[in-house]
Design a protein around this ligand. Structure first.
Ligand code: UD1
Ligand code: UDP
Length: 376
């Protein structure tokens, strides 16, 4: 057994719900390693939605910047994270900082690591739309993060190709799969029955459409279009129920309440913990979303997904046939969903379990790479 001072110090930094879900398996895997001292810093760019995940995966952060403010701006998040991380990085003195994906916490975390000349490992590296403003600000967050990172943990071969095209040296890119599949497999193994009173009101004998929608570039007219399309669907189909756990962003909540508030068979509920949410997805007929993570999870569960965005950085599941890009126009979204609800053959073609994103062992691979790179 080595002394604490000989251990590799790894500091993981994250702040939002999806980062927490995707980093949790990796953190718990790092903690099993005797020769690694794994510490966790949350920026708490999200608060309640982050804490739900920390509780489920039993992660107690060593540092909590607690930066979230209602209706926070990108500048506020970036500057609070950068300032808050000064003292944390000084105290933790890590050999490597791990950040995840494409949020503003990700970019500010990578920048703070760079300012302290600490090595950076980017988990979920190499996703690109190549459109600076879509998704906004995620496309630039992940591109800039990629260019200051030292280790690039790419989920898919295509992600690796994207990085190579940008001149990232091949020997710094590691094909690992996506840790979301690690989290999904671990979570779906556990028995779970719904206890949320809102979910108990849903008639699961009907066909369930699970909806999530929160992207900044969809706020406003596009989000209105998406929500009107949902209303149109309930008018045409009496055998569907829509379950929509609404993101805590006040801007999303007000548009949802205004357009979907009093519609029969549309359940606007609070964000669900990860376990009930996975169960809800697995009981759904169809998923309509602009989320990144759902595009990776739903195909693994064999659930067709309509992505209500103009483009996606996750084309793998589209190519595999379980995801379709539905755009952000009311009529097109309605028609695409209507066809899947009417035509069983078309539905069955999409509803097959495919999983281009990993085998549940991404965290193992990342830990092995870190150990080898630091001489263990
Ligand atoms: C953020 C990320 C986005 C990611 C998404 C996942 C950025 C710029 N955006 O977007 O990439 O896909 O998280 O959900 O990094 N709020 C709460 N409680 C919470 C969480 C949010 O009240 O637990 C409210 C706050 O008023 C907050 C607002 O939601 O100001 C928006 O949160 P923010 O993190 O700025 O943006 P998201 O849209 O959540
Ligand atoms: N999720 C959850 N509860 C919910 C909605 C989503 O646990 O009520 C999970 C979902 O399974 C996925 C992640 O949160 O793993 C997606 O987060 P979000 O949509 O906020 O962000 P994105 O994936 O778009 O970055």
């Amino acid at each position: 057994m080595k002394n604490n001072k000989d251990k590799i110090k790894v500091l993981t930094i994250f702040g939002t719900r999806p980062e927490a879900i995707k980093m949790a398996p990796l953190i718990n895997r790092l903690k099993q390693e005797e020769l690694i001292e794994a510490r966790v810093c949350v920026t708490a760019q999200h608060r309640e939605m982050l804490d739900q995940v920390l509780d489920l995966f039993k992660i107690t952060p060593d540092f909590d910047l607690d930066i979230m403010k209602k209706n926070q701006t990108l500048t506020q998040i970036t500057s609070r994270v950068l300032e808050g991380l000064e003292a944390v990085i000084r105290e933790a003195d890590p050999k490597i900082i791990l950040i995840h994906g494409d949020t503003t916490t990700t970019f500010a975390g990578a920048l703070a690591a760079f300012y302290h000349q600490v090595k950076i490992g980017h988990v979920e590296a190499g996703l690109r739309t190549c459109n600076k403003y879509s998704p906004f600000p995620e496309e630039m967050n992940r591109t800039l993060t990629g260019h200051i990172s030292d280790f690039h943990f790419a989920p898919t071969f295509r992600n690796k190709q994207n990085l190579l095209k940008e001149g990232i040296p091949e020997n710094r890119i590691y094909l690992t799969g996506n840790t979301v599949i690690d989290a999904l497999i671990e979570t779906s193994k556990k028995e779970y029955s719904f206890s949320d009173p809102e979910l108990l009101k849903v008639d699961f004998n009907k066909r369930i459409i699970t909806v999530t929608c929160h992207r900044r570039e969809n706020l406003g007219e596009y989000m209105q279009n998406i929500f009107y399309a949902l209303r149109d669907l309930t008018e045409m189909f009496s055998d569907i129920e829509i379950v929509f756990p609404v993101h805590l962003n006040p801007k999303v909540r007000s548009i949802a309440a205004e357009i979907l508030g009093d519609i029969e068979r549309i359940h606007l509920i609070n964000p669900l913990e990860y376990q009930p949410f996975v169960k809800l997805m697995s009981m759904s007929y169809l998923i309509i979303t602009d989320s990144g993570g759902l595009q990776e999870e739903a195909p693994a569960l064999g659930k067709p997904v309509l992505v209500v965005r103009k483009e996606t950085e996750r084309p793998e599941a589209i190519e595999a046939g379980t995801v379709k890009l539905a755009g952000v126009q009311r009529k097109a979204i309605f028609e695409m969903a209507r066809d899947l609800l009417f035509h069983r053959k078309e539905y069955d073609r999409m509803a097959k379990a495919v999983n281009p994103y990993g085998d549940g062992k991404a965290s193992d691979r990342i830990v092995k790479i870190i150990k080898e790179s630091f001489g263990i």
